[in-house]
Design a protein around this ligand. Structure first.
Ligand code: XBP
Ligand code: MG
Length: 250
């Protein structure tokens, strides 16, 4: 049986609940600054989350809801500038520390480091946005590779980010485990031949996760039990390195 060598974490929704109170708020601030009357409500944002990547999400929104708003030949430049502004606002928000890590994330990362398990990131977010969270609560140096946003051609659910992370880790997928929160993310990991643990959140709790090996409500902690929504682990009360090895062996 292969020994667990690395945990590969998604960022948004997995390490922290960044979408509703982070990215969404920053998008709206950027829209306001640009003089746009667009407002991404919590409900609308849930729909927009089916599109991975901030720039891709803005484009989808314009095409779907504001098709007459902008001239097509200037659209790409406009989206890039808008997204740069959004990134500034998002980084400011994260620096304030108002978005904490999800339950069990700090503990699992500490435990993995103590046991010599490598850590990596595979996120659709732009690199500065991923770093904003990691710099605030963790440490970029702990991660052997941070695969983010435009480093690859195709965003999740394509497997490119996971393949990139595996390549830089120098590891085969049977020795690594992906930790995700969304169906697109679980699909991306599956396409890269990785086993996946999903921790659901409010935006993803009704998704099906056909490709996940274990679905939890959180990673949990010794004093804050997690619940299994699908799958099986022996003697489970929270997710740890031992549980990760069990998933690899299953
Ligand atoms: C989540 C995403 C991102 C963020 C916005 O990615 O799809 O696009 O919503 O970030 P993941 P950017 O769950 O894979 O981390 O604006 O930086 O794209
Ligand atoms: Mg995610």
């Amino acid at each position: 049986m292969p020994q667990l060598q690395a945990l590969i974490f998604d960022v948004d929704g997995t390490l922290a609940e960044t979408e509703r109170d982070g990215h969404r708020v920053a998008f709206n601030q950027a829209f306001q600054e640009a003089g746009l009357s667009w407002n991404w409500t919590e409900t609308l944002y849930g729909e927009l989350l089916t599109v991975s990547g901030g720039k891709e999400r803005i484009r989808y929104f314009i095409e779907t809801y504001q098709p007459d708003d902008l001239e097509t030949d200037k659209l790409s430049d406009f989206i890039i500038k808008l997204h740069q502004q959004k990134t500034q606002y998002y980084r400011q928000l994260l620096a304030q520390g108002s978005i904490p890590l999800r339950r069990g994330v700090q503990r699992l990362i500490t435990e993995a480091r103590e046991q010599g398990i490598k850590l990596a990131i595979a996120t659709t977010s732009a690199l500065p946005n991923a770093l904003a969270l990691i710099e605030k609560h963790l440490n970029p140096d702990w991660f052997t590779v941070i695969a983010a946003g435009d480093m690859v051609e195709n965003k999740k659910p394509a497997p490119d980010l996971y393949n990139y992370a595996l390549d830089k880790l120098g590891l085969t997928p049977d020795t690594c485990l992906a930790i995700e929160d969304s169906e697109q993310g679980a699909e991306a990991a599956f396409q890269a031949n990785l086993k996946t643990v999903v921790t659901v959140n409010n935006y993803t709790k009704d998704q099906h996760f056909k490709q996940a090996n274990l679905v939890l409500d959180s990673l949990g902690n010794p004093e804050q039990q997690a619940h299994i929504l699908r799958g099986k682990i022996d003697d489970f009360s929270y997710f740890n390195v031992n549980g990760a090895q069990q998933i690899l062996d299953s």
